[in-house]
Write a protein that binds this ligand. Structure first.
Ligand code: GUN
Length: 309
């Protein structure tokens, strides 16, 4: 790569997410003052998965910081499906709770599909309920999965109108790939969903003005997969051995995305880093969905204030 290689703008998702959380906190304050309404989020975790414990703690803290009610239900790994369904039933009927999130993965003896289907679709702040999947596909208002919603917010902040842009989404998961594609279609992009079986994946990706990588393969997207000037959104969070061989031998790891950041930064117009790109947007959008859900339940139009510059 020559010294004159163009350097992509690095999209600061961490800063954007912090500003979004501040806007939500203001909106929550207004909701309390004008309507005596405090949005409430219930997070349910079953078992001791260490990564899930960290996610759930962060969700609880950020919910609280935004001025919302935050209830975390920590259930033992031996909890039965029936017990979990009974808790969801109670949360569905609780007027102080506007958002319900069941942290995944669930223990193997619990049917996750059945549990997600039991959540009231209007409290489904993960956007995983089949009713919300259908609403998104049909272009109807609903609750949208947090990570793709966060990606879309970053894209719209950068580009404004996305009409007519060619978008390629690598990955076809229900949580990111498929809803991301639906959201981009909703913005009038021309959308391709690519995946591990796509023929000549680099050539398909090179067509993209917007390239979203959500495959879970460390640093898979290389410089020659990217159209010069394109916007690259990296959803991947992959743990790989430390670059330092001594530390790697001690089991130390680092986190990388699905995109080779250094290579992408030399070709793309803009790129999200990992960490500090898409990751922080997920919880911010969870708060946004909880706020939206509380407003809708009360028949109030959700309104996010702009922050003074
Ligand atoms: N586990 C990992 N990511 C998520 C998420 O976005 N929602 C839920 N419910 N569980 C997860």
């Amino acid at each position: 790569m020559s010294d004159t290689a163009p350097t992509a703008r690095v999209i600061d998702g961490k800063a954007y997410a912090a500003a979004l959380r501040a806007r939500i906190a203001r909106a929550v304050e207004t909701l309390k003052l004008r309507h005596n309404l405090q949005p409430g989020l219930a997070v349910v975790i079953v078992g001791e998965d260490p990564a899930s414990q960290i996610y759930v703690r962060n969700k609880g803290e950020q919910t609280h910081e935004a001025g919302m009610r935050s209830d975390t239900h920590r259930l033992d790994a031996s909890t039965t499906e029936e017990q979990l369904l009974s808790l969801i039933d109670a949360l569905n009927g609780d007027p102080h709770i506007h958002g319900i999130l069941v942290q995944l993965p669930l223990p193997a003896h619990i049917d996750a599909t059945k549990v997600l289907a039991a959540i009231d679709p209007d409290k489904d702040v993960d956007g995983f309920h089949i009713i919300n999947v259908g609403r998104l596909a049909a272009g109807l208002p609903g609750l949208v999965p947090c990570t793709p919603l966060g990606c879309l917010m970053l894209l719209k902040d950068l580009h404004g109108d996305l009409t007519g842009k060619r978008a390629v989404v690598i990955g076809r998961s229900n949580i990111v790939g498929k809803p991301m594609a639906q959201l981009l279609l909703g913005e009038s992009c021309t959308v391709t969903i690519a995946h591990s079986r796509t023929r000549d994946l680099p050539a398909v990706c090179r067509e993209a003005d917007i390239l979203v990588a959500a495959v879970g393969r460390p640093e898979m997207v290389k410089a020659d997969w990217i159209k010069p000037g394109a916007t690259v959104i990296d959803v991947g969070i992959n743990r790989v051995p430390s670059l330092d061989p001594v530390k790697a031998a001690e089991g130390k790891t680092r986190v990388v995305g699905d995109v080779d950041f250094k290579e992408a930064a030399a070709v793309a117009g803009a790129v999200t880093p990992v960490p500090g790109g898409v990751g922080p947007m997920t919880i911010a959008c969870l708060l946004l969905n909880t706020y939206t859900s509380a407003c809708r339940a009360a028949g109030i139009e959700p309104e996010l204030p702009e922050l003074a510059a």
